[in-house]
Design a binder for this molecule. Sequence first.
Ligand code: SR1
Ligand code: MG
Length: 413
Amino acid sequence: MSYAALDERSVGPFLATVPAVATRLGGTPDGWTVREVGDGNLNLVFLVTGPEGGVAAKQALPYVRMVGESWPLPLSRAYYERLALADQAAHAPARVPALIHHDDAMALTVMALLSPHRTLRGALIEGERYPLLAGHLAEFLADTLFFTSDLAVPVADKKARIAAYLGNTAMCRITEDLIFDEPYYDAPMNRHTPGLEDVVDAFRADVPLRLAAQRMKARFLAAPEALLHGDLHTGSVMVTASDTQVIDPEFAFYGPIGFDVGMILANLWMAYLSQSGQRPAERPDPWLLDQAEALWAGFASRFAGHWHALDPQVEHGALHALAKADADLREAAIRDRLDSIWTDALGFAGCEMIRRILGLAHVADFESIADESLRAGCERRALRIARSLLVDRPSFPGIAAVSQAIGQELALA
Ligand code: SR1
Ligand code: MG
């Protein structure tokens, strides 16, 4: 079968031809309810429910949905998403949706319906709290990143896995352009809230900042440390009070571990920094900063735990010598690796915050603040923090220093 974009009328009859999906839904397509709910930037997402159960069917479009057909994008991203879902499920099965069916020609991936989950970004904007969130995200990050890295995977296998994702170049190119380059010049699709013109001009003339962003781009391009989700913002996380699921790994590739860590931290920090615009009469909820701290602490301790648990008698990854090493060297190596992930994460977080305010793809945390001057105030504070994260990384030896800097920034407001 060749590719055809589905719609709310055609998706039911199409899915009825797939036994695994039809069985899960039960009944016949005329008894199914279908809703297209894609609110991301790229794809169609259909939620389909029948008498027996439900599925989410995600279909790639041959172009960038938020821009239109003038920006073509390969359908192969659906193939890489399926590959990543399977790889992530091997290491963090409780944190990713179950894969039910994939159709390469249709660029269609059918997954278990996540219900009653909602996107983390929307929930945080409304001030919801999720006690298990930081632990679950730490688990996803530590398990997928450690167990696809040189610490756990033999050399030849790791190189084969890097090669398996090498073709996802169009998605990496989006990140390379939108996150590291475009916010720093007058790119045609950039936009910003009125009132931020002085910061836009200052950033474009800021050599240390632009250099720091390019250094992060160089890391992104040339550090295939582990299988990254590649787009781990709060819109890629679905939550309930007791569960957290990470979705949408279509940007997956082998890259620097700090990229995934920095992106999710940046999105939690932006959620916090947007609160004074969302609810100006209230004090921002420190729970979000606590979550960011707990996420980093949980990630670091679980990552170190996986390292400690390697059996020195068994050859694991290329860095086997560091599993066998005497305790002093091993502990120093763990600290060294976590320091370097942290340093990367700071830089990537700074880039993510800047591009979400000055680039093409903004976030609802700020965008939904109707009052432009309130929004600009929140974004200006976020930009100041982001610049520091990128340019003054040594000033943030740990995550508490970031929370403190954010607190000071808000106190000055
Ligand atoms: C053109 S795609 C814009 C953004 O949406 C995706 O979710 C990624 O974050 C990408 O950078
Ligand atoms: Mg996405």
